[in-house]
Structure formats: structure tokens, C-alpha cells
Ligand binder design. Structure first.
Ligand SMILES: [Zn+2]
Ligand SMILES: [Zn+2]
Length: 177
């Protein structure tokens, strides 16, 4: 059975939409959040957020050092970690534990929402959905167990819609490692 579809040669995590929108949305939200809370969006914090928003796959701290170094001053890894800590603390970025990587967040989450990360094992595309219903159920279940959850986050590995639709090439399938 030969796949008649055209071979896909897209970038990892390529989307149909315009990336610049993600970036400008993320930066605008960050600017507004920081002003509201009196926090400072330093140039490095801004550059880190910009790089995260520009990528639809989560980036590790060292990926960020490389990316930022390629487009300007190469920051020290420690500074990047501090910028990431800030972004996560302000809710502008999320840490994907299973990948030890980070992604920009373009929305405000409700206090009881559980964030569900959908991570494509083939291309790395990671998207998020928030669920109030799951959050309520989880809160109930954890409370019943006498447990206080710190980070209500669920990470689900699988296949994104684009990869699901794309033909799997023989010998070129992603080896998970
Ligand atoms: Zn988010
Ligand atoms: Zn995918």
C-alpha cells in the first residue's frame, strides 16, 4: 500500500497560522501583565518569551541560549533560567516537565483550571487545553485523598492532527528516545 499523498517536509510544529501573531500576542499580554503587577519585562525576559512564542514545540534552556545567541547577544544559561523562572511565575510560560522544556502561554488561566498539555511525539508540537471540569473533579479527588496539589497539570503524549494525517515514511519514522 503505497501512500499517494505528497511527502510532507514541514518544519517541526509548523502551523497554518501566522507565527508573528503568536509572538505579538504573547508579548502584548506579557507587557500588560507586567504593568498591572508592577513586574519588569526586561529585554532578556522579552527575548526569551519571544523565542518561546515563535516555536510551537517547547524549548529547553539550552535551546534558548542557542537561539538567542544566533540572533544577538548570547545570554548566560543562568540568566536564561532566571528569565524562565520569572515567565513561569507570572503565568506567561509553562514548564513541560516530561520534556524539561518551556512554552509560551497566551491566555489567562482560571484558578481552578487544569492545564492539559498535548505533546506530539512525532513533531514535538505542543498545545494546551484548559479544563474547568477536569479541574473540579481533580480538586474533589485530591481533597478526598487529603492531598494539596501544587501544579494541576496533565501532560498527554500522542500524535497531533497534522502528523496523524501525514503518511508515515518507512525507515524515517521518529525513534522515540
Ligand atoms: Zn497556558
Ligand atoms: Zn505532530
Amino acid at each position: 500500500m503505497n501512500a499517494s499523498a505528497r511527502p510532507e517536509s514541514r518544519d517541526h510544529g509548523a502551523h497554518d497560522h501566522d507565527h508573528s501573531t503568536c509572538v505579538s500576542d504573547a508579548l502584548a499580554r506579557a507587557q500588560a501583565c507586567c504593568e498591572e503587577r508592577g513586574a519588569r519585562l526586561t529585554p532578556l525576559r522579552r527575548r526569551v518569551l519571544e523565542a518561546l512564542a515563535d516555536s510551537h514545540a517547547p524549548l529547553g534552556a539550552y535551546d534558548l541560549v542557542e537561539r538567542l545567541g544566533a540572533s544577538g547577544d548570547r545570554p548566560a544559561p543562568m540568566s536564561v533560567y532566571r528569565a524562565l523562572d520569572f515567565l513561569v511565575a507570572e503565568g506567561l510560560a509553562h514548564r513541560i516537565e516530561s520534556r524539561n522544556a518551556y512554552m509560551a502561554c497566551g491566555r489567562a488561566h482560571g484558578r481552578d483550571d487544569v492545564i492539559v498539555f498535548l505533546i506530539c511525539e512525532r513533531c514535538g508540537l505542543t498545545s494546551e487545553v484548559a479544563s474547568h471540569a477536569i479541574g473540579r473533579d481533580l480538586a474533589w479527588a485530591t481533597r478526598a485523598a487529603g492531598f494539596t496539589p501544587r501544579t494541576p497539570v496533565i501532560e498527554i503524549a500522542g500524535t497531533c492532527a497534522r502528523c496523524e494525517a501525514a503518511p508515515v515514511r518507512q525507515g524515517a519514522s521518529a525513534a522515540a528516545g
